[in-house]
Design a protein around this ligand. Sequence first.
Ligand code: URP
Ligand code: ZN
Ligand code: ZN
Length: 460
Amino acid sequence: MSILIKNGRIITSSSDFIGDVYIQGEKIVAIGQNLPHKAEQVIDAKNKLVLPGGIDPHVHLDMPFMGTYSSDNYETGTRAALFGGTTMVIDFILQTQGKSLQHALDQWKGRSDGNAVGDYSFHMAVTDFNPDTRQEIKKMVEEEGITSFKTFMAYKGALMIDDRQMVALMEEVKRCGGMVTVHATNGDMIDYLIAKHRAEGKLSPLYHYLSQPEVTEAEASGRFADMANYTGVPGYIVHLTCEGALNAVRNATRRNQNVFVETCIQYLTLDASLYNKDFDGAKWVMSPPLRQKKDQETLWAGINQGLVQVVATDHCPFKWEQKLMGKDDFSKIPNGHPAIEHRFELLFSEGVNKGRISLHKFVEIIATNPAKLFGVFPSKGSISVGADADIVIFDPKQKHTISADTHHMNVDYSAYEGWKLTGKTKTVLLRGKVVIDNDTCLVDKGYGQFIKRNKVSGKI
Ligand code: URP
Ligand code: ZN
Ligand code: ZN
């Protein structure tokens, strides 16, 4: 199959011009103006943006968590991602404490194999680093193409590892050519605050927020940066939310250390006032919690300062009946919110349209940087000759409204209900095939492929 996309405004992280893209099979074969190539399908992209497919490196699909499973599986989650313009996601495998990494990988493959509509990869979350786990790191990197290892400094008793395990893991991951990523909040302090609020009968969603103050994140982010600096491993902080934590990273740059930072679309667009809505606030119970307006300002500035390299979602949806598990106790509300479908359009509308970031920066943080950091560039994350034809044709002027009535995620409310956006994903190509065409998905589960990733360079 050959496709010619004509007369679109082609945007990469460094160029911006009106032109054509010619695709043969799964790959981009030519890019230029007035290309002479004949194709079986011609797509007119006049007045549209032609962008690389988005890469969301932080999603949780069909994940066992807090006594239930996240409500999007690999089919519904990756399809919703495609509708929004995200062609590849990176999901998290969670090791069960006391069991091997291979055991966890087998469980995740059991749920994902043959079920994805869009492309996907895995990070491996190491929750129990011991001499046996150490032996498995090299195999994950070299045979499975899983080159990033997630750690939790919180969720004490379930996922959290201590600093002794962290440093030892970092040394091994560095030796094997991988990256250590982190949920950086102080788990002991949060554990104490949760217990204290519960003992005082303070049980509403507001106390989820008050149990994770900014200092818990700032402290852990600085500690993680220090350990990464000591061991020399490339380090990446997931879902960073606030000024204190970003300043800890800023401080690390003063000793010329690279610490990569991801924030998520919700921390740029929503704030903690949503926790004042009694139990309705459960829709936004996630960890870390939403923060203040001043933190949003810090994060937008951090993107432009080059301190924040990636905007992800931490998509971890739960239906309302699942959120009700915590109706009498905030600590039992499953943590997470749905966003996989809306990251691309929200970031365009709130970021580019409102003048907060440039179009090039948009491409960088939505696609190119995650591809570089996680070892899939340049085949993903760029519009270039030889790359996978993962392309979004985007109408920058079309207005639309987010609603649970029209979204494609398997969740019965929207965290952004009624939000009016400007800019809409119209057509999506994944590996040279049109997969989304004007609100219709043209492929079934099984089209999405597991993408083995390369060793991590620690450079972008
Ligand atoms: O609330 C969240 N973030 N849920 C998913 C697990 C995690 O911490 O990323
Ligand atoms: Zn987390
Ligand atoms: Zn997460």
